[in-house]
Every structure is written in structure tokens, then in C-alpha cells.
Design a protein around this ligand. Sequence first.
Ligand code: MG
Length: 171
Amino acid sequence: MLKKFLPNEHVKSIFDIHPDALKLKGIKGIITDLDNTLVAWDVKDATPEIVQWFKLMKEHDIKVTIISNNNQERVKFFSEPLDTPYVFSARKPLSKAFKTAAKEMHLNKDEIVVIGDQLLTDVLGGNFAGFYTILVVPIVQTDGKITRINRKIERRILNYMRRKGKVTWEE
Ligand SMILES: [Mg+2]
């Protein structure tokens, strides 16, 4: 069961994810979290670097869908200027939003990676739904209310797995 919390890969930030490396693995699409993955949870707009990253993915024909547990207002306001599909109130870790996103991208599971900063929502959800998962370090250490509780649980899981030698990265 705890295995489901482990990402397939762990990187520092979204900017460590490059289209060429994805393509070598046969990846044609990305499902990404928003808050603390693309920008800090309290930043409303995409930064120039994020705009550039989305552009780069588009140039390489890699489709990107944002799926977030946050509300419509937040997710719509952020995603629309990027001209990228999105799912709000996604209820991660439930599989439904992941599956919907994959279907709308017209891609198979093995052609998509799931990226996020949380084990309990992004990684667990992505793993449950059968995708390759990539964990990023949260952009800021502060969080919204619900996330704060998740972080406590996450820390326990990580500490446990570290003791078992299943987690090798450092924070
Ligand atoms: Mg997040």
C-alpha cells in the first residue's frame, strides 16, 4: 500500500522536466498539478518562466493538462492565458480527473506523466490511475489549510520510507 505513495521519479522543479527526455521515453502528454508545482499556491498568474515552459512543451508537441483540487476561479484564471486544458475541483487522489484528462488528450496512460508536489494527492492519485509519476519539491513551504494536514501525514510516510531505504532523495 505504501508503495502507492512513491513517485517513479523525483526532481527539484518543473524546469528539470525537458521535452527531449520525455520524448525518448515515448511521453506525449503531461498532467500537472498547479499549486506549489507550477507557481506558489498564493500566486495568481503564471510567471514568465512558466509561460516559457508551456511554450516549449507546445513546440515539441507535448500536450499539457492542469488538474487541481483548487476551485474554478483559481484554476481557470491561471490556465486560460496559457491556452491549456484544465480540470478544477479534481478531488485528487481520486482517479476520475486523471482519466478524464488522459481521454481528452487522446493519449494512452503510458504516454503521459503525472507531475505534482504532494504524495497524498498527486502521486497517490497518479499511481492509482496507473500513470508514471514525478514528484517536485513544493515551490514554497507554506500551504493552504487542507494541505497543511496532508503535509503532516506526508512527512510521516516519507520518514517511514526513508527508514526502510525506499526513499533516497534529500529534502
Ligand atoms: Mg500542489
